[in-house]
Design a protein around this ligand. Structure first.
Ligand code: BTN
Length: 307
């Protein structure tokens, strides 16, 4: 009911809708409508009541499931959690459907790549999507590349921000990190059980105090941008890309949005630090670096910094 109720109030912006009209529309007692209005007001919406009926004055920027009706049954919003990766893993293990989405207002122990933590203050967008694609486990990594190239388009559409992808899974704006992606995959007997893609976007949140290399959507757009709108648009575009972009073309498309190729880089792996020029990303998602002594190095896991 919440989704349709908000829809009606939004389309009649300004003019009141009576409780009687709504109870007829929903074929339910007026008390049930009043209850739903009170519930929404308790969640941060401002629905004024006067003799003419109800008027929606403001909505909080919280990605509640009913704000994205196509995902209402599969989107789970938590005001706070330890990490959406953990919740999503539990749900995936418990058999949740393909395209389940776990969103958190804040995370107590948000995780990044290479065992780093992910600063998850109020105002950012933190979510993990559970995917159960019918593809080879060896192609699973391409979904994260597909998600990051989708995000580049979404940030342009919703906030007018130009971003680039940086190997393997960062999104940068003007050289500063605005978004990071983290993937976890579970495969058994040659088939994918699930690929969970965690996405953290600095939207309207404060940035980590010690990080001058980070930026937020708000900083770059010069205004607050709706997290709900970013998430809604991402889910819509990602679903279309999953359907329309052949997996064999993901890396080529990703490279078109990459800012880190043909640049001087330092790549930190678990064992060493490699310096040279980032020449390419191959069909398996590995970074190809030409070192200063002319050697070609293929890096599967690491972190890349421009020099
Ligand atoms: C990185 O750049 O190192 C990846 C950061 C990924 C952060 C997101 S926020 C939502 C999801 N939950 C987590 O604990 N991490 C990912």
């Amino acid at each position: 009911m919440k989704s349709r109720l908000l829809d009606i109030l939004r389309t009649r912006a300004g003019s009141a809708v009576s409780c009687r009209q709504l109870s007829e529309e929903f074929v339910c007692p007026a008390a049930r409508v009043e209850e739903a209005v009170q519930e929404l007001n308790g969640l941060g919406y401002i629905i004024a009541t006067d003799e003419g009926g109800y008027r929606l004055l403001a909505s909080p920027d919280i990605p509640f499931p009913w704000e994205i009706p196509e995902y209402e049954e599969r989107l789970h919003y938590f005001p706070q959690t330890d990490s959406t990766m953990d919740v999503a893993r539990q749900m995936a293990k418990g058999g949740c459907p393909h395209k389940t989405v776990v969103v958190a207002g804040t995370q107590r122990s948000g995780r990044g790549r290479l065992n780093r933590s992910w600063y998850s203050e109020e105002g950012g967008l933190y979510f993990t999507m559970v995917l159960r694609p019918d593809i080879r486990p060896a192609d699973g990594f391409k979904l994260t590349f597909l998600a990051s190239l989708t995000l580049v388009g979404v940030l342009q559409e919703t906030a007018g921000i130009e971003t680039t992808v940086k190997w393997p899974n960062d999104i940068l704006a003007g050289g500063r990190k605005i978004c990071g992606l983290l993937a976890e995959m579970d495969a058994a007997s040659g088939a994918i059980e699930f690929v969970n893609i965690g996405i953290g976007i600095n939207v309207n949140n404060r940035l980590p105090p010690d990080q001058t290399a980070a930026a937020s959507v708000e900083m770059l757009a010069g205004r607050r941008v709706s997290r709900t709108m970013i998430l809604r648009r991402f889910l819509e575009r990602f679903e279309a890309n999953l359907r329309d972009v052949p997996l064999s073309d993901v890396i080529r498309r990703w490279k078109k949005t990459a800012g880190s190729l043909q640049k001087r880089v330092t790549v930190e792996t678990c064992e060493e630090s490699i310096q040279g020029t980032a020449e390419d990303v191959d069909s398996e998602g590995a970074l190809i670096v030409r070192t200063d002594n002319g050697r070609r190095r293929r890096i599967v896991y690491g972190d890349c910094f421009y020099r």
